[in-house]
Structure formats: C-alpha cells, structure tokens
Design a protein around this ligand. Structure first.
Ligand code: TRP
Length: 441
C-alpha cells in the first residue's frame, strides 16, 4: 500500500483498457463522427481525421496517461506536482476542468435524445409499417420540445452522478466491462444488415474516396478537434485515468488498444449510417440529428425493428454514460484532490451545475452548437497543445523513463518523444492559427 492508494486503482490491466475505452468510445464515435463526416463531405474528411488520430491523438494519449501515472494526480495536481505549486502550467489543468463542464452539459442532452428514443422504441413508436417521413418526424418533434429534452437530460445526469459518487473501481470499471462488448456486438449485427442494402457501395465510397476540393480550414480544424474529442484528450481525462494505473502498466500497448478500438468503432458507425442514408435517399449533411433520423428508418424496415431499436439506443446510452462518467470524474477528482471535497458531495454538486448549464443547450440549437464548437475547436486543441508542449519540451526525462513501460519501451519511447516534440504541437498550432486566420495555408 502506498500513500496514494486511497484514491483507488484499476482492478486489472484489462479493466483499465476497457474503462479508458469506455471513456473514449461514446457519442463522439456513433453520433458525432458520422454527422460531421456527412457535413464535411465524406472521404477527404475521414482521411484527415485518421491522420490526426495517428500524429496528434495517439501521441497525446501517451503523454496524458504518462503524466497521470507518474503523478497519481488530477490534471491540475499533476502540473503542480511536476512543476511546483506556483507554476503557470497548471492553467492547462484548469482549462481541462472547465472543458469538462462545457462538454458534459451538451453531451448529456444528446445522451438524453438516445434515452428518448429508447422510450419511443419501447412503446412501439418505431415499427415495421412506418413510412420514412414519419420516422424522420420523430426526431424533429423531440428537437422542438425543450421540456422533453430537459427531462431526459436530467435523467441522464442523475445516472452519471450516481455512478461517479460510487468511486473508481466499483462504479466505472464494472460497468465498462459488461457494456462495451455488447455495443460492439450490436454494431456488427447492424453492419451485417447495412451490407445487404442497395446503398452499401455508395456509402463505402462516400466514406473512403477522397475529394480534396472539400478540404477547408474549418474542416481540418473540425477533424483535429474531433480527434481530441473522440479520444477524450485535451482536458486531462486520460491524465485522471492514468493516475489510477498500477506500477507495471504498459502505456504504449494500452494506449494503442484504446485508439484502435475507438477508431474502429467510429468507422463501423459510419459504415452503418451512410449505406442507410443512400439507400433511403436521406440527407448526409443532416447535422446533429443524423443518426436519430437515419437509423430508425432502417429499424422500421426490419421485423422486430422496435426491439432492435430499443437495444441500440440503450447501448448507445450506456456508451454515452461511460464517457460522461469520465468527464464528471475529471472535475470530481479535482475538487476532491485539490480542494478536499468529499467525493459524493463533489459528484452531486458538480452534476447539478452541469445540469443547469445544459438547459440552454436543450432549448436552443444555437447555444448547443456554441458549446460544442467552443470545446471541440478551441478548448480541446489548446489543452492538447499544452500537454504536448509540456511532455515534449518541459517534462523531466527521468520522471518519464520508468513510467512509460513496456518491453519495447525504449524504442517506442524514442519515436514517441520525437513526434510529441517536433510533430504534434506544430500540427496543432498550424491548424489552429490557420482557422483563426493568423496564417494562411
Ligand atoms: N470521447 C467521448 C466520446 O467520444 C467523449 C468524452 C469523454 C470526452 N471524456 C472526454 C471528450 C474528455 C473530451 C474530453 O463520446
């Protein structure tokens, strides 16, 4: 037992990978990735996104896990521990705590949509003899009803608070171990169905044939921002999760698995959604409602589609839950570790703040877009920039050495150091400055 063991630890290595993938895999993969891919025109966007995952996401994943493992602290505490209590590096950690509130507030609204669709499926509102128009109307009606959205947003936040207040191991890990495999299984079944559709080829072509005339600075920034969002990076979530890692954990391998799972699931979601879009002549650029107005169309074509639909939205809700948990956990770990709040009190109090902050997102689409844009395109890239500059240029090499782990540790670490030093921060800076118009590429 060491001095920090009362903070909790992951029960096993697999438990850690599943819990961290539970954070990474969520609405970002299944809801957001298809809808932004649709809005930005498909293939070229997907290619840029994959590029960002490899050269920005993966290196920062390693950096965050490493910082957490070395310090055993929340994001603010981690910077204080490494750089001293007065260091301005802790601003990066502070920004992360703020991002957690911003992201969770609208994230919970979307998770609420998923719950609303569970309810609709369960009462038979999505069924075999429904026309395409009627199915599309289901989402429109929900989107135009702030009260129903707020109700589900509240239900969702109550679940998040309930789990987070239970503590790391009992709460987060146990759930992730059951639900993640279930989600993957159902996605594979749906993929099988998508392959039988007449629009399958066109869907695949949409996702993988790159038309570079579609590439604009906002598209590149969105792809970059989304690589942070989908991997839960840029705000210290992975610092926090890394802080519960045991001594012998293998960061390169664990981190690689998280990234592979996360990216695979996003691509799988796209390969389900776009064939449906093209088969039934739907709108690929439909925006945030995309999955809610396309998947039910497919469900309504299937016998027992109502049950399948309910199962899908239940699992999507759970994927959102395991991600939302990690968002609230960052804030709770900070208030617990730095300010000495009781975990339970922190979870309830902060959850209430997030609920209030989410109300305008449920009521006004523009506020929702603002919060999404603020976090994905500004807070996360800036946070990620901070982490990569810190890990590449400032962090003590001795601190890193033992903690990185893995048999191939030395070589992998050398390559990683080169990338995090010379590639990652410059790419992020370039994209960011280009978007805000300081430089033109
Ligand atoms: N990665 C999650 C998703 O794709 C969302 C998420 C959870 C997140 N924790 C995060 C995003 C921390 C940014 C930072 O659904």
């Amino acid at each position: 037992m060491n001095a920090t063991s009362n903070r909790g630890m992951w029960g096993s290595r697999l438990g850690f990978v599943l819990a961290a993938s539970g954070s990474a895999v969520g609405l970002g993969n299944i809801w957001k990735f298809p809808y932004i891919t649709g809005e930005y025109g498909g293939g070229a966007f997907v290619l840029i996104y994959l590029f960002c995952i490899l050269l920005v996401g993966l290196p920062i994943m390693y950096a965050e896990l490493l910082m957490g493992k070395v310090t055993q602290k929340d994001p603010v505490g981690a910077f204080k521990y490494l750089q001293g209590t007065n260091s301005s590096w802790q601003i990066v950690g502070w920004m992360g705590v703020i991002s957690a509130f911003v992201i969770l507030s609208f994230y919970s609204v979307v998770a609420g949509w998923s719950m609303a669709f569970v309810a609709r499926s369960a009462v038979g509102a999505i069924n075999y003899d429904m026309g395409v128009e009627a199915v599309k109307g289901l989402f429109t009606a929900l989107y135009e009803d702030p009260f129903e959205q707020i109700f589900w947003h509240l239900m969702f936040m109550i679940m998040v608070v309930g789990i987070v207040s239970g503590g790391v191991k009992k709460g987060i890990e146990r759930w992730s171990e059951i639900l993640m495999p279930g989600l993957i299984l159902l996605l594979l079944v749906l993929m099988g169905f998508a392959m039988t559709l007449e629009g399958f080829r066109e869907g695949v072509r949409f996702m993988f044939s790159a038309d570079f005339s579609q590439v604009t600075p906002p598209a590149v920034l969105e792809a970059l921002g989304h690589s942070f969002f989908t991997l839960s990076l840029g705000m210290g979530a992975m610092i926090t999760y890394g802080s519960y890692l045991p001594e012998d954990a293998n960061i390169p391998r664990g981190g690689m698995w998280i990234v592979i799972l996360d990216t695979g699931i996003a691509l799988l979601a796209g390969l389900i959604i776009f064939p449906i879009v093209f088969t039934f002549d739907l709108e690929s650029g439909a925006g945030p409602g995309l999955i809610f107005s396309t998947l039910p169309v497919a469900f309504a074509q299937l016998p027992a589609g109502g049950i399948l639909s309910a199962a899908f939205f239940v699992l999507l809700g759970f994927a959102a839950l395991s991600s939302a948990i990690s968002l609230l956990e960052v804030a709770v770990a900070f208030f617990h570790d730095e300010l000495g709040w009781d975990r339970r009190l922190a979870a309830v109090g902060l959850g209430a703040v997030v609920f209030l902050l989410g109300i305008p997102s449920a009521a006004y689409g523009q506020f929702f877009d603002f919060m999404d844009n603020l976090s994905t395109n500004y807070l996360l890239p800036l946070g990620g920039l901070g982490v990569s500059v810190y890990a590449g240029w400032v962090m003590d090499r001795e601190d890193m050495n033992g903690a990185f782990g893995g048999k191939l540790g030395d070589n992998v670490m050398r390559i990683w150091l080169l990338i995090i030093k010379f590639v990652t921060p410059f790419l992020v800076l370039l994209v960011f400055l280009n978007k805000i118009g300081v430089i033109k590429v």
